[in-house]
Design a protein around this ligand. Structure first.
Ligand code: HEM
Length: 242
């Protein structure tokens, strides 16, 4: 067993622990945070099923972003849609045997890699070109975009420039998951790709990427506009009334 394999296997255990533990901690915090006021962004649905539909449109179509800014919407939506395809394509490294659906989307997932980078490039360009956005952009805004682009670029490099042994990569990943370590190929683009992915996993719970779970806890989106039918009392306020 090479030292490289041991380092990368341990790196993935650490990254997974930080991601799962960090996300659980953050989500528990969101779930405990009181929503004292009824503040759905209107026009808002008046029923719970309406709210579910609104959330679904938000998750799938990025509806509020569409209403707010068409440029950010197109780049953001292209990036996220492509990321979904890329991740679905990657499932082949984690599942044996590979399900028919995952096998079928392989070519789409591959070219989605380019779309992912194009979307990210558009989102990054606006942080330089739009003065108002440039002014409010922090180093972490830039770094997260750079990290995602570097992950995509190193991935595409393996496909189009310098191949790696993907059968061995799969054996390594399954080995990490099943605690039966297998050698990791020592190819530079692969090592860079995996190091950046582990970095992304580790910092995910501390980063702005938390907007993914955070969306579901947003009172302006997840509340029904039913304050006339039903009195809204936050749990802590209910205790005060007793
Ligand atoms: C442990 C997790 C991961 C492993 C083992 C992995 C491994 C790989 C490998 C071996 C390739 C080359 C595919 C080929 O030659 O056919 C690749 C490509 C790629 N990876 Fe990853 N990757 C991981 C996570 C990610 C993540 C989280 C992202 C995006 C944020 C990503 C984005 C890409 C892209 C865009 C490509 C090029 C297009 C493609 O082949 O799908 N990877 N990855």
């Amino acid at each position: 067993m090479s030292l490289l394999t041991i380092i990368y296997a341990c790196m993935f255990y650490a990254a997974t622990a930080l991601m799962v533990g960090g996300l659980a901690y953050k989500i528990a915090g969101y779930a405990r945070t009181p929503a004292p006021l009824k503040i759905p962004t209107t026009p808002a649905p008046t029923t719970t099923s309406g709210v579910a539909l609104r959330m679904a449109r938000e998750v799938v179509l990025f509806e509020s972003l569409f209403k707010a800014n068409k440029w950010i919407w197109i780049f953001g939506w292209v990036f996220h849609g492509a990321l979904l395809l890329v991740l679905l394509r990657h499932l082949r490294y984690f599942i044996e045997p590979v399900p028919g659906l995952i096998a079928a989307i392989q070519p789409f997932g591959l070219y989605a890699g380019f779309a992912m980078i194009a979307g990210l490039a558009g989102l990054w360009a606006r942080r330089f070109l739009v003065e108002r956005i440039k002014y409010i952009s922090t180093p972490s805004d830039h770094l997260m975009l750079a990290l995602l682009i570097a992950i995509g670029a190193s991935g595409l490099m393996m496909k189009f420039v310098s191949h790696t042994d993907i059968v061995a990569v799969k054996a390594f990943i399954l080995g990490v998951m099943l605690f039966d370590w297998q050698p990791l190929p020592a190819d530079a683009p692969l090592l860079v790709h995996l190091f950046l992915v582990a970095t992304l996993m580790a910092i995910f719970p501390l980063s702005k990427l938390l907007h993914a779970p955070g969306l579901f806890f947003s009172p302006s989106r997840n509340q029904a506009d039913n304050s006339r039918e039903q009195r809204h009392v936050a749990p802590w306020a209910a205790n005060l009334e007793k």
